[in-house]
Design a binder for this molecule. Structure first.
Ligand SMILES: NC(=O)c1ccc[n+]([C@@H]2O[C@H](COP(=O)([O-])OP(=O)(O)OC[C@H]3O[C@@H](n4cnc5c(N)ncnc54)[C@H](O)[C@@H]3O)[C@@H](O)[C@H]2O)c1
Length: 335
């Protein structure tokens, strides 16, 4: 199996054991957080080497990264070891960052346990941590050996986390796959939705691993969403990543409409789908004002303008749409 590919499993323990046998892997180090230790680790045979990190975005930072590296050294991890990132996007981001930088990179594999990680975060090789509350400011592009997806983990996932994952599915549908968007609106079962979303993400990523052009489509909702997520972290009221993206997508859909990239029917279709499936409201006037300074910090910006990936109708999009901050505020405050 080529690096970075997805394996859909109905028995994660057997699939993982078969993989290790086939690849001759003897030395496994699991990275999980306190919740996936409790709910997900129990589905496997006993692992000897386990690094447990605290949960939550607030811990996707350089201190936790340092803690992981110290433990890798303590466990004598080396080029023949395999790191298994068992968890949501926080674990795959930080575990991938540790795996891709420790000794200039050792093998790692992702077993996503949240819906968001199954359809998005675990796929495509972006790893990293936040720095001084700026999202994903330190990171690498490094593909995992494989992504092993088994929906069994969703049984213990809180409802809010499911909604967070649905937001990223909607993102992929709106910006890149009309069939997926349609499926999200017609009650298609979750396994099929996971498959459609994960496959779409992987196909886009494979064509543009280093995020130079097409992959940037997947940033739809993220310019405003990341700013809002950082703002909420700053005021000590963290919001789940996907739910911040849901709010970001609603705002960015309004910007696309104001720029004549979608019509009124598409505007309503997209905003209603996001509001209904994620139970999020649009940003308040206070929120819009609060995120302005953070928008300027976005990694995608060039010069003074803010860069967006916006829908062009439903199922396709345009990257690098530069909009002036004043214009953004005018559109959003008048919506
Ligand atoms: N690298 C990428 O391409 C990419 C893409 C999208 C998002 N992300 C990142 O992913 C992160 C968000 O990921 P997330 O939403 O998975 O968050 P998360 O990893 O924080 O998981 C959410 C919560 O669910 C718990 N949990 C995980 N699996 C569980 C299970 N099966 N049962 C019970 N509880 C469980 C976790 O402990 C945590 O409390 C953000 O940091 C975001 O920036 C990265």
């Amino acid at each position: 199996m080529a690096k970075g590919q997805i394996f859909y499993s109905e028995n994660v323990k057997n699939s993982f054991n078969n993989y290790c046998l086939a690849e001759g892997i003897e030395e496994v180090i699991v990275i999980c957080d306190v919740n996936t230790e409790k709910h997900c680790l129990t589905l496997f045979d006993d692992f000897r080497n386990i690094i447990v990190i605290p949960s939550g975005e607030i811990n996707k930072d350089i201190d936790t990264y340092s803690f992981i590296i110290k433990n890798l050294i303590y466990l004598k991890a080396n080029k023949s070891s395999l790191i298994v990132n068992l968890g949501g996007g926080v674990v795959s981001d930080i575990g991938g960052f540790a795996g891709s930088t420790y000794m200039r990179g050792i093998r790692f594999l992702n077993i996503p346990t949240t819906l968001l990680a199954m359809v998005d975060a675990s796929i495509g090789g972006k790893t990293g941590v936040d720095f001084l509350l700026h999202k994903n400011y330190l990171g690498t592009f490094a593909l995992p050996e494989m992504i092993l997806i088994d929906p069994v983990f969703l049984k213990t996932l809180p409802k809010e986390e499911l909604k967070s994952g649905i937001a990223e599915m909607i993102k992929t549908g709106v910006i890149a796959n009309a069939e997926l968007f349609e499926a999200l609106n017609n009650g298609t079962e979750v396994e099929k939705l996971i498959h459609l979303t994960a496959q779409t993400k992987w196909e886009i990523t494979e064509r543009d691993l280093l995020d130079k052009h097409e992959r940037q489509l997947l940033n739809f909702g993220h310019t405003i969403g990341h700013a809002f997520e950082s703002y909420r972290l700053n005021i000590d009221q963290p919001i789940r990543h996907g739910l911040a993206i849901a709010k970001g997508m609603m705002a960015e859909t309004r910007i696309a409409y104001a720029l004549n990239m979608i019509n009124e029917n598409e505007l309503n279709l997209i905003i209603n789908c996001i509001a209904k499936r994620t139970e999020q409201t649009e940003l308040s006037t206070e929120d819009i004002q609060a995120i302005a300074p953070l928008l300027k910090m976005d990694k995608k910006n060039l010069k003074e303008e803010i860069n967006f990936s916006l829908p062009l109708g439903v199922g396709s999009g345009k990257v690098k749409v530069a909009v002036d901050l004043k214009q953004i505020q005018k559109i959003l405050l008048n919506a």
